[in-house]
Write a protein that binds this ligand. Structure first.
Ligand code: PXL
Length: 281
């Protein structure tokens, strides 16, 4: 069992902090909304949902996806924010330009500009199956990023978004600056395999300060949902009032423990395991 710190918990019977995920469903249960809700629950926050797409997938890949009608997507966000109220939200798979424009317009119409929003710019599954039409990249860059408190691209997403190949510290800094120029308050360029096999170096930037994070690289082969889980844990910490640098520090520790407890599933890649606290020692 990991040593990651907990977020503050709510006494039984009182309303906990609420957050929302605006994302796609993963029928295999490893990533997307299913991963977000596991992390929300294990961190003691109440998770609300706007489903934007339903994927047909298992541990081997994504076979198809169905997009939810735009009025139903906007309706989910309105229904939750006007009644339950949220302290922070995240976006994951958004599938199309129309969905991105709808989410951004609804966010503004509901007056949520001051609510922390983590945008994980999901473009493809770990198997390389597309989860976003490439024609939607402009909407991400021009419409959603300016509303974001934080964006969390991985190296493949950085290449698609700003055409920079992150291969070393210098290119990682340039990528963070190019992405920040698109309008988000903070950018986390996730380092993945950047500096060899022993660490996972991520770089955070807000136009003034750089923060570097390095957690041990856990190579289980089962890391489906790792990016979603990082963004979900960051969202929970922001909802509790953490600063962005502290929220990411917390979330990196959380994902590291989820990776240590990852398990095989099906014939392909297994998921990270946000339920690690419930397991036998
Ligand atoms: O891990 C990114 C992701 C997000 N959302 C959905 C996914 C995936 C990866 O497969 O399927 C629905």
């Amino acid at each position: 069992m990991g040593t990651v710190n907990l977020l503050p918990l709510t006494p039984p019977g009182s309303t906990p902090v609420r957050v929302m995920t605006i994302a796609g469903s993963d029928s295999g249960g490893g990533a997307g909304i299913q991963a977000d809700l596991r992390t929300f629950a294990m961190l003691g926050v109440h998770g609300c949902v706007a489903v934007v797409a339903v994927t047909v997938q298992n541990s081997v890949g994504v076979k198809a996806f169905h997009e939810i009608p735009l009025d139903i997507i906007a309706g989910q966000i309105e229904a939750v924010t006007s009644d339950i109220g949220i302290a922070a939200a995240k976006t994951g798979m958004l599938a199309s330009a129309e969905i991105i424009e709808t989410v951004a317009a609804t966010w503004r119409a509901e007056g949520l500009e001051d609510t922390p929003l983590v945008v994980d710019p999901v473009c493809a599954s770990m198997h390389g199956d597309p989860l976003l039409h490439h024609s939607a990249l402009d909407s991400l860059r021009n419409t959603l990023f300016p509303l974001a408190t934080l964006i969390t691209p991985n190296l493949d997403e950085v290449r698609l978004l700003v055409d920079i190949d992150v291969i070393d510290e210098d290119s990682q800094h340039r990528a963070a600056q190019a992405l920040h120029a698109l309008g988000p308050k903070w950018v986390l360029v996730k380092g993945g395999h950047l500096r060899g096999a022993t660490e996972s170096p991520d770089l955070l930037y807000n136009g003034r300060e750089f923060h570097q994070y390095s957690t041990p690289r856990i190579d289980t082969g089962h890391d489906h949902g790792a990016g979603d889980t990082l963004a979900a844990a960051t969202t929970c910490a922001l909802a509790h009032g953490y600063s962005v640098p502290d929220a990411i520090g917390f979330a990196k520790g959380w994902v590291t423990e989820c990776l240590r407890a990852a398990y095989p599933l099906g014939h392909g890649h297994g998921p990270v395991n946000a339920l690690f606290r419930l397991q036998a020692p």
